[in-house]
Write a protein that binds this ligand. Sequence first.
Ligand code: FMN
Ligand SMILES: CCCCCCC(=O)C(=O)O
Length: 403
Amino acid sequence: MLHAFISKISVVNNLNFLTHSPLKAAPSSLGQNYNIKGKMSSEPVNVNDFKELARNALPKIYYDYYAGGAEDEHTLRENIQAFHRITIRPRVLVDVSQIDMSTTILGYPISAPILLAPTSAHKLAIPEGELATARAAAAANTIMILSYSSTCSMEEVASSCNAVRFFQLHISKRRDISALLVQRAERFGYKAIVLTADTPRLGRREADIRNKMIGFPVKNLEGLMSIDVESDQGSKLEAYYNELLDASIRWEDIGWLRSITNLPILIKGILTHEDATKAVEAGVDGIIVSNHGARQLDFAPATVSVLEEVVDAVKGKVAVLLDGGVRRGTDVFKAVALGAQAVLIGRPVLFGLAAKGEGGVRTVLEMLKNELEISMALSGCPCIKDITRSHVRTPYDKLPSML
Ligand SMILES: Cc1cc2nc3c(=O)[nH]c(=O)nc-3n(C[C@H](O)[C@H](O)[C@H](O)COP(=O)(O)O)c2cc1C
Ligand SMILES: CCCCCCC(=O)C(=O)O
């Protein structure tokens, strides 16, 4: 056996594989992988690779809508870079022969602490739209949060798969229609309402303004309301959205939402301890630390940089989740270590969908899960509950050498 192994190695050495590999000469660039001839391979090896594949697959106007952030896109970059500034403190000689990534959210078991964030308009990516995404969520045994602004209706999505689904709500100027949507969500088996709180108006996405981004039909509103926006300039979507939504909603309106549904309510878009405390007082069941994927207020903080502030304010009373910039299993690990019960991913799902349909979304979820699994193994954490604050160091932590 040993002999066979040694002779295999020497065959490789004889070929001088390591010194003459064309891979050595291939350009190296984050998010791109190269095959043996130095050409970029279309097979993604990590979630970042899907971004380039999606860029190639989509018309520019749609790609820019999915990928873009607000104004200077400072927060867009920060969402990612803030994760890079956190290091992991691995522990060794722990039995990691079995890794269990499973957890629960609001009592619903999921295979790993990774959910699908609500994102609009999946039909811009592929004709099947949210139906394909929902099937991928079901295959991964995780939760899909369906967007208010989906291009398949909540009924179509409900009947297409058995994934646990939450429904994301905006409160529109027509309060009666918002109430109707909540009732429909309850009737069609959605298990929670996710109220988005950071979008009284749509942020300034300059790529959409330049591209004169089109509006798309919000399927859940079909037959209930139609809005005509006259805008030859800028983003039609922004004009449409600002006409649709109620910019006057306040904390008191959580009480209204509570009065019309028995479903758990999560509030999405919290970034400060002040608002986290208010959310708990308002009686929500969970908080999603989010800056809307950096599409709303530029220079809002990176989500992972304020996660602990929110977790500390909440004191374990309700679930805390996080989204924004999660691209690696190590990002999931870091968020969990800082107190998140789970993370949500937005753009990676859209890029997976645009590049390779339902299979692309499945692959994105599998990649993140595989990366989380190895991160847990190499950090000495066999279960999610074993990941603790002591497993990460943030820029705010004192260095031991400075003590
Ligand atoms: C194209 C796009 C559409 C989105 N649509 C919605 C939406 O309809 N409702 C909502 O609450 N958030 C929406 N979001 C924000 C996501 O729910 C989530 O907060 C964000 O994408 C997370 O950041 P990430 O893309 O870096 O993972 C959208 C984000 C993107 C990129
Ligand atoms: C009602 C149509 C506008 C959808 C906006 C979706 C969204 O939140 C985004 O970030 O884009």
